[in-house]
Design a protein around this ligand. Structure first.
Ligand SMILES: Cc1cc2nc3c(=O)[nH]c(=O)nc-3n(C[C@H](O)[C@H](O)[C@H](O)COP(=O)(O)OP(=O)(O)OC[C@H]3O[C@@H](n4cnc5c(N)ncnc54)[C@H](O)[C@@H]3O)c2cc1C
Length: 496
């Protein structure tokens, strides 16, 4: 009798903090409806599963909404463009870039699935507008879809709904439901404070990482002070849920480095675009610290910037500015402000940038030093070294390609405050090539799967730009594979 009473009291305490209890049953519960979760939901519904999906925000898509294109190798689009890159070559390049610290089986699974995934997206109505790469010399693997990520994500959401997927918005997952020590569903809270319990045969976690969790960023990443673009709400709860069930850790220190730029400014701003060019980059004190052409390879740019504390001034003169306005920029800023784009909005956008404190103008270098806080002697010495390198066509300091050394001579002079930037974290949960969550010793945790940026193992020691479109590629392919594995492992019925 005493024992029964104790259980009842615990049950009552267990519900404390919730307005009421709601209980739902599903074959598969998916946590997060961004890129990976949306792909997983459609794939699971197509496989005949009864799906409940939980989304923290009021809308689907997460960071995926902002994306422009997806990685794939071996597609018809590539064949049509005479791109003869093979899956084997791509796999080897990815593994070599990460010094073979990636999960080779996982990388192989994603590479092998990628062309089929583009076919699958097309079959489901996604239109691709072009094939490109994202830096000089990069692989032509970036398949650009119409309407950015929001386009295909909303389309998939509509299809999933028609197939019976029940998406609960404004309902963040809080923890895993465990029964007899096994994963048995998810507990969430809706916007009215109700406890939502979803009983399920399988759980897929796809909450997009932890870039909005300062403690986790500080504890696990090398770049905790980056400007996290479009990361609101990414508090790492999904990752912690997997760890709480015994899931292992992988790839926590890898972030999707983005082009350094002014903090919190959109990618289409033309004043900001001047900071994303290979102009003269100076430390807050006024010293040069790198070959600035590494801007083309953002992970490298992020590494160099973090080494000097994560903040720099990008300096150019009025002659350079004229050239960017009238001849166009030498380094594209995504597909929105491509290489050669003329920065015609610069004058319109300047005042706001100056007022916000990240853009500074000085009639002389002394005035620029005063306004930026750089040491005037260091600033002048750096400019002199740079101008000499331009005249000699040889940069004795950092061997920068002389065609990108534009001298800084003619006032007024401009300086843009730039910080290291990231499009999100890229690690956390350890998985195998079937996207099953595994322990640190590679033992499978039954009924638990993870996908997208919550998962580690795709990148070795650094995010790479090599396979353009790789993070959406990973999100969509891993979401699909997780759904297929969950259906197979848990014997969920096939409808068609
Ligand atoms: C501006 C920009 C452009 C980009 N362009 C590209 C590109 O062209 N190509 C490319 O490969 N990558 C690109 N990326 C990166 C890409 O968008 C991400 O890597 C991808 O969206 C990750 O997918 P995901 O599903 O893991 O996370 P997300 O798409 O962010 O989805 C995670 C979802 O989980 C939800 N969530 C979080 N916590 C909970 C919780 N507790 N309960 C329920 N739901 C929760 C979030 O609200 C969100 O909807 C870009 C990123 C940005 C910011």
């Amino acid at each position: 009798m005493k024992k029964i009473l104790t259980v009842a009291v615990l049950a009552a305490f267990g519900s404390m903090g919730y307005a009421a209890d709601k209980v739902l049953d599903a074959d598969i519960v998916i946590v997060g409806q961004g890129a990976a979760g949306t792909a997983a939901a459609l794939a699971a519904a197509e496989g005949g599963a009864k799906v409940v999906a939980l989304e923290k925000k009021g809308l689907p898509g997460g960071t995926g909404n902002f994306s422009e294109g997806i990685f794939a190798v071996g597609t018809k689009m590539q064949r049509d463009h005479y791109i003869d890159l093979t899956k084997d070559q791509t796999f080897k390049k990815i593994m070599a870039y990460g010094h073979w610290r990636s999960n080779a089986r996982l990388v192989r699974a994603i590479v092998d699935k990628s062309a089929d995934t583009v076919d699958w997206m097309q079959k489901n109505g996604v239109k691709f507008e072009k094939l490109t790469t994202n830096y000089p010399g990069g692989l032509y693997t970036w398949h650009i879809y119409e309407g950015r990520g929001a386009g295909w994500i909303n389309l998939f959401q509509k299809k999933s709904k028609e197939m019976g997927v029940n998406v609960l918005f404004n309902t963040p997952a809080e923890k895993l439901l465990m029964k007899d020590g096994k994963v048995a569903g998810v507990i969430a809270k809706d916007k009215d404070g109700n406890k939502v319990t979803v009983n399920a045969k399988a759980v897929i976690i796809a909450t997009g990482g932890f870039a909005d969790n300062p403690e986790m960023m500080k504890k696990y990443t090398r770049f905790p002070n980056t400007d996290g673009v479009a990361q609101s709400g990414k508090n790492g709860v999904g990752i912690q849920m997997a760890w709480s069930a015994g899931g292992g850790k992988e790839g926590l220190d890898v972030q999707q480095s983005y082009r350094p730029g002014p903090r919190g400014v959109g990618t289409t701003n033309h004043v900001s675009a001047t900071a994303k060019q290979p102009h003269l980059w100076l430390t807050p004190k006024g010293d040069r610290f790198t070959d600035e052409t590494i801007m083309g390879d953002w992970p490298a740019a992020g590494n160099a910037l973090e080494r000097i504390g994560g903040q720099m001034w990008v300096v150019y003169d009025s002659k350079n500015l004229d050239s960017m306005k009238h001849d166009g920029i030498v380094q594209g800023v995504g597909v929105m402000v491509p290489i050669g784009a003329k920065l015609t909005n610069f004058d319109k956008e300047w005042d706001a940038a100056e007022k916000a404190g990240w853009a500074v103008k000085g009639a002389t270098l002394d005035e620029l030093a005063k306004k930026t806080g750089m040491d005037p002697a260091k600033l002048k010495a750096s400019v002199e070294q740079y101008n000499n390198a331009a005249a000699k066509r040889h940069d004795e300091l950092f061997a920068k390609d002389p065609q990108y050394i534009f001298p800084v001579k003619q006032g007024p002079f401009y300086a843009i405050k730039s910080v290291a930037s990231s499009l999100g974290t890229l690690g956390g949960i350890k998985v195998n090539d079937r996207l099953q969550v595994v322990t640190d010793k590679d033992e499978v945790i039954p009924h638990l799967y993870a996908a997208g940026s919550d998962v580690g193992g795709m990148y070795g020691d650094s995010y790479d730009l090599l396979m353009a479109g790789s993070t959406i590629g990973f999100a969509v392919n891993s979401g699909r594979i997780a759904a297929e594995s969950a259906i197979k492992d848990n014997k969920i019925g096939i409808k068609k």
